[in-house]
Design a protein around this ligand. Structure first.
Ligand SMILES: NC(=O)c1ccc[n+]([C@@H]2O[C@H](COP(=O)([O-])OP(=O)(O)OC[C@H]3O[C@@H](n4cnc5c(N)ncnc54)[C@H](O)[C@@H]3O)[C@@H](O)[C@H]2O)c1
Length: 367
């Protein structure tokens, strides 16, 4: 379908790309909530080959191996790492254990998918990137919002040039998040950016295809909130030239869901994209993302509102693992490599330094 030679939305292939060879063996470390709710349902949808799972809590590994028909619930990490059928290891444990785990997995010569945040400090994340590089294995990060339908479609529209020069990118969210359902998260000092807006930082970076020069951020709490860390953030991003970005995120909405919103908007010299992130509507069930776009390059100038299929959770988890498997198949680095993710991590820690020192923080302060 074309209009004056310009491909229309139905030609935009926004769904996660899968490898031709789906038999590459996957081992999973960590059988927690996110593996149960998203990794395994997505891998089942994609037809990926999960060989086995290991968790220090054996009951959890056994429960998920039964629920998803996985052959092995390994007794030890060593058993998983020495299994010759496993080529790729999906690490889904708390971030503080991730650098040591990556060293074990890389030393076994396996490719790996890390969880976000890649590290609880920039040094931890850098250590992971150095480990993967030295071992010569492929390392990717499960920063999967890039593959949510609305964000991936936006990235492709921008890459098509339909926005011209992109001048601004914004993600605005106003919802109620009950952090108490993850008790550990209520006890940490750095919450919202590290565990939630990290997805928005990564998404904006992936749509624009570049990282900002500097960030100016503010983080705040809500009176009498039970969590220690920030639950309201405003992050201003200055990119080279005239491009600007904004994340405005509040997790303390006091009324019902009918007033919640989770929107994204990208504007340029030639066009506009606006949409909603369906995962945060009708919560926790979610709904499909929406997108509307117009471009002076598509005649007549009018809004296009194609329907999108799939959701951030769990469909986009096919995207992160799918890209790692594709990169192995095609002998190249994954788009979501640990090296690439260092820019997202720089954005996270620039945000926190900015909050603490009340100043714009350049990303190149983190090397
Ligand atoms: N990509 C995303 O969107 C997303 C969403 C939620 C959580 N996460 C991340 O996923 C990770 C896990 O989150 P969760 O909600 O599943 O937590 P969880 O507490 O439910 O599960 C963590 C599991 O890891 C196991 N574990 C801990 N250390 C281990 C080790 N050394 N070896 C083997 N198993 C070990 C625990 O026993 C537990 O079963 C966290 O890093 C979190 O930030 C990512």
């Amino acid at each position: 379908m074309t209009n004056q030679g310009i491909p229309q939305m139905m030609d935009i292939d926004y769904k996660p790309k899968l490898p031709k060879n789906k038999s590459i063996g996957i081992g999973i470390i960590g059988a927690g909530a996110i593996v149960q709710a998203c990794h395994l349902p997505a891998y089942r949808m994609a037809g990926f080959n999960v060989i086995g799972i290991y968790d220090v809590n054996r009951e959890r590994a056994l429960a998920l191996s039964e629920e998803f028909g996985i052959r092995h619930a390994f007794h030890s990490l060593e058993d998983l790492l020495k299994n010759p059928e496993i080529e790729v290891v999906d690490i889904a444990i708390p971030a503080k254990y991730q650098p040591d785990m990556v060293e074990r997995v890389a030393a076994a010569g396996k490719h790996l998918l890390c969880q976000k945040p890649l590290g609880e400090s920039y040094e931890d994340a850098k250590r992971i990137a150095d480990t993967v590089t030295a071992a010569g294995v492929k390392g990717a990060v499960n920063q999967q919002m890039r593959w949510s339908p609305g964000i991936k479609a936006s990235q492709l529209i921008v890459q098509n040039g339909w926005l011209g020069e992109v001048t601004q990118a914004s993600i605005q969210v106003n919802v109620l998040t009950e952090w108490e359902q993850w008790p550990w998260i209520t006890k940490i000092d750095r919450l919202e950016v590290m565990y939630h807006s990290i997805h928005y930082l990564d998404s904006i970076r992936s749509v624009l295809g570049k990282a900002p020069e500097y960030i100016y951020a503010d983080g705040a709490k809500f009176p009498e909130q039970s969590s220690r860390g920030e639950t309201r953030t405003m992050i201003h991003m200055k990119f080279l030239g005239e491009t600007r970005g904004l994340i405005h995120d509040n997790h303390n909405h006091i009324a019902g869901q009918d007033d919640w919103y989770a929107t994204f908007r990208f504007e340029g010299t030639e066009g506009i994209i606006k949409g909603t992130n369906g995962a945060l509507y009708n919560y926790p069930e979610g709904r499909e993302d929406t997108i509307h776009y117009l471009s002076k390059k598509i005649d007549p100038l009018q809004w296009h509102s194609p329907e999108l299929e799939g959701r951030w959770f769990p469909d986009a988890f096919m995207g992160t693992m799918g890209e790692l498997l594709l990169s192995i198949e095609e002998g190249r680095e994954p788009e979501n490599s640990v090296l690439d993710n260092l820019d997202t991590i720089r954005m996270v820690f620039a945000s926190y330094r900015s909050m603490e020192e009340n100043r714009p923080v350049w990303l190149n302060e983190f090397r």
